[in-house]
Design a protein around this ligand. Structure first.
Ligand SMILES: N[C@@H](CCC(=O)N[C@@H](CS)C(=O)NCC(=O)O)C(=O)O
Length: 262
């Protein structure tokens, strides 16, 4: 049986849960509490040296990196197909996976922490926050976390985060010009890896970013209506996270608008 080490609200875990659901696979859940630092235990670091979720264990195979996990599942369980048909479009799908992983994922951390998640960290007290940051293996990530947790939306990183998402949505609008989904007439892994970030924007009260992007709005509606949406997202939602994101997102909307305009 496939085992997925994951976290309920993690965007990277949502991608993988979506693909698992699309393929109708049974899997065993091992949930990590990222606020408590379960991802930094010696045992977990042996599976995932970067100390992040998700990790998929399938017999002797341990697979990390959400995009790689999605393609691993596609290779092993090709039905229903979540790759486009032609080499050119498959390359297009992989470019979405790469762009999301290399550019957008970090920016989701920026806006989510600056707007909302910093309050969860700060509630543990400054000493605990500093210890939590020091446990992160990547130095650049530690620097980013310090700024976002202690400065919030005043962090110099915040405006770039909002703009990165405006850019992602613009790219999606362009990609959706010809097809109902990002790289094909049907859902592929490209859609699965973008979806969590659009959901996150909605949770952070940033859905106004696609007010003038009708194709993105239509795509999002279609994706939300797929049965896998509940299995990947709503079934795992933490109401406390949603309440926090809604309250702080509403409060900081003017700052997000200013960040975009400036
Ligand atoms: N490139 C990795 C990124 C994984 C990642 O950053 N996961 C986040 C949750 S979405 C995490 O585990 N964060 C915990 C931490 O950084 O301590 C992937 O795609 O799997």
């Amino acid at each position: 049986m496939i085992v997925l080490y994951h976290n309920n609200m993690s965007t990277c875990a949502q991608k993988v849960r979506y693909v698992l659901a699309e393929k109708g696979l049974d899997w065993e859940s091992v949930e990590l509490n990222l606020r408590k630092g379960d991802q930094h235990t010696e045992r977990y670091l042996k599976l995932n040296p970067a100390g992040v979720v998700p990790t998929l264990v399938d017999g002797d195979a341990t697979i990390v990196e959400s995009g790689v996990i999605c393609e691993y599942l596609e290779d092993l369980f090709p039905a229903p197909r979540m790759r486009p048909e032609t080499a050119g479009r498959i390359a297009g799908m992989r470019l979405w996976i790469k762009y999301i992983d290399e550019t957008i994922h970090a920016q989701a951390g920026v806006i989510s922490t600056a707007i909302a998640f910093r309050f969860q960290h700060l509630a543990n007290g400054e000493d605990a926050v500093r210890a939590r940051i020091e446990a992160v293996p990547d130095e650049r990530k530690r620097t980013r976390m310090r700024s976002l947790i202690f400065e919030g939306i005043d962090s110099p990183l915040f405006p770039g985060g909002v703009r990165a998402f405006a850019d992602m949505l613009r790219r999606m609008e362009e990609a959706l010009e010809g097809d109902a989904f990002l790289v094909a007439e049907r859902r592929t892994i490209a859609d699965a890896v973008c979806l969590p970030y659009v959901v996150r924007l909605e949770h952070l009260q940033l859905a106004w970013l696609w007010d003038a992007l009708p194709r993105v709005a239509g795509w999002y509606e279609r994706m939300r209506q797929t049965p896998s949406f509940a299995a990947a997202f709503t079934d795992w939602e933490d109401p406390d996270y949603l309440t926090l994101m809604e309250a702080r997102g509403t409060e900081y909307r003017p700052r997000a608008e200013a960040a975009l305009a400036g």
